[in-house]
Design a protein around this ligand. Structure first.
Ligand SMILES: [Zn+2]
Length: 485
């Protein structure tokens, strides 16, 4: 499927082998991404698969069978390429039908993902048991790090199955128990899921979780920061991160938002496309702390031209930002460096944000503040206060575009305007047609006029407009005394 401003459309032109910046991934791209992972690191400790494998096909054209089959295709390709690597999948909002409507469990939907989509081949028995309860589970890596895969769709505002439940499928209660046990038994936890808490800076600061769930999840992160070493999410397609602070303002947990494989331009009007990407994290096996990562990407334009996928290292935070690691403390320092005017680090961040799709647009002024506030504050109120404060200082309104607020959108239009704007020659054709119609109208009018009043065109305005066939007096004063028959 492809996205245009008018909505979702079928692939509307012959896109390249590896896809199109307006469209979902063709299989060649999916397979290329999975296979390049093998070349980058043939034996990773484990793979996190953060969901959304189903393309943006309208609900009426999908069926649950197709949804399970599509997810199953990715499952089988991952298992084929990485037969000996643990794979920890999470559900995405597009992995349900209708999309976003993940049921409050237990429900047959979860059994069918395990069965038809093959997830039972990736999960151990105890994970299968909790997955059936609501699509979440906890497992342990070989080195003893505990990985908790969340079903974040249960907290997503678009999931209308929640129906005012304060803890859908009991996921919060279960998570709290897991974290307590991990603390008691001295384990470290890596949290993974599809949708992150906090707000999406690139899309007018929209948020994903129901406010009560956002607060509750943030409280859990703050209360168990001695246990939770990192959090990893997807969903936004862009490359981002957030820092979780404790109540005293100390940076405690890093939150990584890895960019997507799909280049598909979001249906959110202010978000542009991205280059396809995969990411390799380096972590300390004992502490579970993520130390660094390697962000790989495919320049899709070049790949389509060459008809060959040449994946490259885009950046590595420690090397490209000059930070010692990607701990919450180091990311906090990085955020401080973003604050300086014309910050080179922020410029780099903004290029990486679209996976080097957009190298031209400057994000300063409001655009920059939206990003920084979103990275600093996971709490909705704090985020809003951050924006208000910064805008107040600058004497401007955050609700004003300010020229640079939605650069992706503008840039995207600039380079893709042939697909979205009426070509200039169409205006000329329309104008010529309008003139011709007008001239035709004048000619016809003159002909009619000539037939009706052949002898007195100049006296037209003093003459009656109608020929009366009845004996009634016309309603014109100058003819009041005229006798008609
Ligand atoms: Zn998603």
């Amino acid at each position: 499927m492809c996205h245009k401003d008018t909505g979702w459309v079928r692939a509307y032109r012959s896109h390249g082998i590896y896809g199109d910046y307006l469209c979902d991934s063709p299989w060649a791209l999916v397979s290329s991404a999975i296979n390049v992972m093998k070349q980058i690191q043939p034996e990773p400790d484990f793979i996190l698969w953060t969901g959304d494998s189903v393309p943006h096909v309208p609900t009426k054209e999908l069926s649950l069978t197709k949804v399970f089959m599509l997810i199953g295709n990715v499952t089988q390709e991952l298992l084929r390429v990485f037969p000996d690597t643990p794979i920890y999948p999470s559900l995405g909002n597009h992995d349900a039908l209708p999309q976003d409507q993940v049921p409050v469990g237990p429900a047959s939907y979860y059994d069918e993902i395990l069965g038809y989509s093959g997830w039972h081949q990736m999960l151990d028995d105890s994970s299968v048991k909790t997955f059936k309860q609501g699509g979440f589970y906890s497992t342990a890596t070989k080195s003893g790090l505990q990985v908790i895969a969340l079903n974040t769709i249960l907290w997503y505002t678009r999931d209308k199955q929640i129906d005012n439940k304060t803890d859908p499928s009991g996921q919060f209660e279960w998570l709290t128990t897991q974290l307590k046990q991990a603390r008691d038994e001295g384990r470290k936890v890596l949290l993974s899921g599809h949708i992150s808490p906090g707000v999406f800076a690139q899309a007018k600061g929209i948020s994903w979780y129901y406010p009560i769930f956002n607060v509750r999840f943030l409280n859990l992160l703050q209360n168990y920061s001695d246990v939770i070493t990192s959090t990893i999410f997807g969903h936004e397609h862009t490359d981002g991160f957030r820092v979780v602070y404790n109540k005293q303002g100390k940076p405690i947990i890093p939150m990584f938002l890895a960019p997507a494989v799909t280049p598909w331009k979001s249906s959110l009007p202010t978000v542009g496309p991205n280059n396809p990407s995969v990411r390799l994290y380096h972590y300390n096996k004992t502490s579970g702390e993520i130390l660094d990562y390697f962000q790989y990407y495919l320049n899709m334009t070049a790949a389509n031209l060459a008809r060959k996928a040449h994946w490259l290292l885009e950046y590595q935070p420690t090397a490209n930002y000059g930070i010692s690691d990607v701990s919450a403390k180091s990311l906090d320092q990085l955020l401080k460096s973003f604050e300086t005017p014309s910050s080179e680090n922020f410029r780099k961040y903004y290029v990486y944000n679209s996976v080097s799709y957009d190298n031209l647009t400057k994000c300063d002024g409001f655009c920059k503040q939206y990003h920084i506030c979103a990275m600093l504050y996971v709490d909705y109120e704090d985020y809003k206060n951050c924006l208000d404060e910064r805008m107040l200082k600058s004497g401007a309104s955050p609700y004003d575009d300010g020229g640079h607020r939605w650069p992706h959108h503008r840039h995207w239009h600039r380079i893709h305007k042939r697909h979205h704007k009426v070509p200039a020659y169409m205006f000329i054709v329309i104008c010529v047609l309008a003139v011709l119609v007008f001239l035709l109208f004048i000619i016809i009018a003159l002909l009619c006029w000539g037939r009706r009043y052949p002898s007195r065109p100049m006296g037209y305005f003093s003459q009656p407009r109608y020929i009366l066939l009845s004996s009634e007096q016309p309603n014109f004063p100058e003819y009041a005394n005229t006798k008609y028959t």
